[in-house]
Design a protein around this ligand. Structure first.
Ligand SMILES: *Cc1c(COP(=O)(O)O)cnc(C)c1O
Length: 454
């Protein structure tokens, strides 16, 4: 491979590479940031700058960068059997062993997995299997899936339709029979209600919508235990039990999208365990392989699996790379590391309490309206007025200003509008957490100065 310098790389990138979720004109003007290597919780760019990764890639590098075992196992598998498929009554040991390992760590109602290559494909599988299930149950009119505004379930047509981001629906359209209710976003929408009352009220919107749509038409409800890409929206504790109750009352399927919350991010294997959600389906991806190779899946609970297996013939669905052997052995090894290094237990008892204690200290900053966090995720809402919660005008782009300061000062923190979010690797040390929080404070200060607030 020829070796290019940063400027040359940026030029070629601008000319030929269309990036996901990127304003291409801005990119051509500023030049992309080029990451060349990583270790632990750190990244290095093509100019040699060291950056602490507050986002674990895109919420996925759960065991940290530079784990040799994950690379070695993929290498060995690719020499032995680089590919074979799982269609038409064939399979291979890595897919078999991973299916057992996933069932072992999942809540008891989950005894089957359908493999995909991403979270988006897992959510496409949700739409197909949910509607297939109800057809097999003799209720083909049950096709409506209820989701939430500002939810993120991926970027394929089905994923973005389930998701509640209007700016995505506006490009390419949306599937029929997907409904969206309000999200449990207390800081912005809670008004005078306590978080507990607001949680109940927001959950009860599900029952109202079921009645509006017609009980005979509603197939399922889908939600992320904690909304990630929407800005780390943490539901009040009253929310999920009420959702659960309503799903049970109307007999509709409950889907917990565990693509971010799964594999230890909340200090449990799954976010469902943290909130006591008893789901029928769980899309998984991201932390499943700690991002070392692409793999996702749909955990299928007994209620759906029994019908699909016993009442159906073929499920006409699958991907060439469903259960790719190299990705499967990486996911297996990742699960082994999470277990043997006690990473999830340490998140629960040590890493998350320390992160949240340090993170909450940023709440006194003049720009920060609300600081919130849970497990290994956190958010800072930047507002114009802390008392009234008045936001900044959109075109002031305060979140973007802060994000750029972060990058230029060696920290990856993401901006969702004016909400700054983190989701670091689960293996972050206390010293690294200190560094993350101190750099975040520095960048808040720089942002405040830039926009004339002190
Ligand atoms: C990232 C994400 C997805 C989509 O996963 P991809 O692998 O990017 O397709 C789906 N659901 C949630 C909750 C996510 O955070």
């Amino acid at each position: 491979m020829p070796s290019y310098n940063t400027k040359q790389l940026q030029e070629i990138d601008g000319q030929h590479h269309l990036h996901p979720f990127t304003n291409h004109k801005d990119l051509m003007e500023k030049g992309s940031r080029i990451i060349t290597k990583a270790d632990g919780v750190y990244l290095w760019d093509s100019d040699g700058n060291k950056i602490i990764d507050g986002m674990a890639g895109l919420w996925c590098i759960n065991v940290g960068y530079g784990r040799r075992e994950l690379a070695d196992t993929a290498h060995r598998q690719m020499l032995k059997l680089p590919y074979y498929n799982n269609f038409f009554q064939t399979t291979h040991p890595p897919a078999i062993e991973l299916s057992k390992a996933l069932v072992d760590i999942s809540p008891p109602q989950f005894n089957h997995v359908f493999f995909t290559n991403s979270g988006s494909e897992a959510n496409d599988t949700v739409v197909r299997i949910v509607r297939h299930y109800w057809a097999l149950e003799g209720k083909p009119e049950k096709t409506v899936i209820i989701s939430r505004e500002n939810a993120y379930h991926g970027s394929t047509v089905a994923g973005s339709s389930l998701g509640g981001m209007k700016w995505m629906h506006d490009q390419g359209g949306i599937l029929t029979d997907i409904e969206h209710i309000a999200q449990p976003y207390w800081y912005r929408n809670g008004g005078e209600l306590t978080p507990e009352d607001f949680g109940l009220k927001t959950a009860q919107a599900l029952e109202t919508r079921i009645k509006e749509v017609g009980e005979n038409r509603v197939a399922a409800f889908i939600g992320e235990p904690v909304q990630g890409a929407g800005g780390v929206i943490i539901p009040p504790f009253t929310y999920w039990p009420e959702i659960q109750k309503i799903c049970e009352k109307y007999g509709i399927l409950l889907i917990a999208d565990e693509v971010i919350c799964g594999f230890g991010r909340l200090g449990e294997w799954f976010g469902s365990e943290y909130f006591g959600i008893n789901a029928d389906l769980m899309p998984i991806a991201k932390g499943m392989s700690s991002g070392y190779l692409p793999i996702g899946g749909l955990m299928v609970g007994d209620r759906v699996a029994n019908t699909v297996i016993n009442k159906g013939s073929d499920f006409n669905h699958g991907f060439t790379y469903s259960g790719h052997p190299a990705a499967c052995v990486v996911a297996l090894e990742n699960i082994r590391i999470l277990k043997e290094d006690n990473i999830i237990e340490r998140v629960k008892n040590k890493t998350s309490p320390y992160l949240q204690q340090r993170w909450s200290g940023l709440g006194d900053h003049p720009l920060v309206g609300e600081v919130r966090g849970i497990g290994m995720v956190g958010a800072l809402e930047l507002v114009k007025n802390k008392e009234t919660r008045e936001p900044f005008p959109k075109d002031q782009n305060v979140g973007m200003i802060c994000r750029d300061f972060c990058f230029n000062n060696g920290l990856i923190m993401r901006a969702v509008g004016d909400t700054m979010i983190i989701s670091p690797s689960l293996i972050m040390s206390n010293d690294e957490i200190d560094e993350l929080v101190e750099k975040a404070r520095l960048c808040l200060n720089l942002t405040a100065k830039e926009i004339g607030i002190s």
